[in-house]
Design a binder for this molecule. Sequence first.
Ligand code: HEC
Ligand code: HEC
Ligand code: HEC
Length: 314
Amino acid sequence: MKKIIFSLLLTMSAVNTAIAVEGNVDAGEAKAAMCGACHGAAGISPSPTYPNLAGQQSAYIVKQLSDFKSGARTDMMMAPMAANLSEQDMADLAAFFSSQKRVSAQAAASDNSSAPAAVSSGSVDIVTSTPAKAIYAGDVKAGQEKSAMCASCHGADGNSPIAIYPKLAGQSASYVAKQLADFKSGERVDPVMVGMVAALSEQDMNDLAAYFAVQIPTAGQAEGSDIGHKLYFGGDANKGITACVACHGVKGKGMAQAGFPALAGQNADYLKKQIASFREGSRGNDRSSMMRNIAIKLSDSDIDELVNYMSSIK
Ligand code: HEC
Ligand code: HEC
Ligand code: HEC
C-alpha cells in the first residue's frame, strides 16, 4: 500500500517538475520514506555516522543533493540516492527536512556524558524487521502517559529499582518495541510481561518504546573484572565465543538500527537470567539464533564475569 502511494506521488512529482521548483512539505514527507532508514523518518539519524537533516537550511540541502547527483560531492551511499531525484523532488525533500524540529530524542539519551536531560516530547523512530525495515514513529509524550502501569516494576523513568527487572531507560526503541511484540505473540515467554502487553496496540508499544528510549539510564552497581572485560572485547577463540563488542558496541550501548540492545549499566541479575535463558533455549526470540549460538558456549563462570562487566559499563 505504502509503495503504491509512494510511486503515485513520484509520478505526480514528475508531472509537477515542469511547473515550479518550490518545495512542498507534504510531498517531501512522502518522498522522504526512502531516506528514513539512514536519516530517520523525521531527519534525526539513528546512526552516528549519518547526518541529521532536521532543521537544516533547505537551500543547503538542495545544493548537496544536486552535488551528489552531478558528482561534485562524492559519497557511495548518497550518489545512488540522488541519481533519480528531479529538481522538484530535491526541493520537496529539502522543504520537508528543514521543517522538522532539530531535537534529537535519541541523541539526548545516548549522549548523556555532560549534562543529562530527559526528553519529554518529540518522536523516536522504531525500525522493525517485519515488514522489512519498516519505520514507525513512537510519540514520547503519549508513551509517558501509557507508562504509568509499567512504573511499579520498571521505575517511572525506566530505571527499575529491583535487580531482576530490566532497566528500560536509554534502551533502543526498536529493540523495546520488538520485545513487547514478542511478549504479545508468545515468541518471548514471561508470565508477568504477557499480561502487561495483552491489551497494547502496536502504536502503544511504539509510544512506550519511544518514551523509555529517551530516559537517562542510571549507572549499574556491579564491578567488572579483567576477565569479563577480556571476554566482552575479545571473545574466546578456543571455545568459539564471538566477542560481544561486535554487536553490543564498545560502550555497551548496542546498535539501535540492527536491533542489538544496550547492556551497559543493566541490572546484573537480569542479564544473568537472560543469558541463561538463551543458553537453555527458553528464550528464543533472537533472530537467526544470534544469541543462542553464543550463549551455549558460555560456562557459568563466563556468564558471571560477563554480566558483572556489562553492568559496570558507564
Ligand atoms: C543508505 C543510507 C542513506 C540513505 C538511504 C540516504 N542517505 Fe543521505 N547521506 C548518507 C550519508 C552516509 C551521508 C554523508 C555523506 C558524506 O559523508 O559526505 C549523507 C548525506 C546527506 C546529505 C548532506 C548532509 C550535509 O549536512 O552535508 C543530504 C542533504 C542527504 N544525505 C539527503 C538525503 C535524502 C534526501 C535522502 C533520500 C532521498 C537520503 N539522503 C538517503 C546516507 C544515506
Ligand atoms: C509486575 C512487574 C512488571 C510490570 C508492571 C511490567 N513489567 Fe516489563 N518486565 C518485567 C519482568 C520481570 C521482565 C523480565 C522478563 C524476563 O525475565 O524475560 C520484564 C521485561 C520487560 C521488557 C524486556 C526488556 C529487555 O531488556 O529485553 C520490556 C521491554 C518491558 N518489560 C516493558 C514493559 C512495559 C512497557 C510495561 C508497561 C506496559 C511493563 N514492562 C510492565 C516485569 C514487569
Ligand atoms: C551477532 C551479534 C551478537 C553478538 C556477537 C552478541 N549478541 Fe547479545 N544480543 C544480540 C541480539 C540480536 C539480541 C536481542 C535478541 C532479541 O531480539 O530479543 C541480544 C541480546 C542479548 C542480551 C539480552 C538483553 C536484554 O535486555 O534482554 C544479553 C544479556 C546479551 N545479548 C549478551 C551478550 C553477550 C554477553 C555477548 C558476548 C558473549 C553477546 N551478547 C554477543 C546479538 C549479539
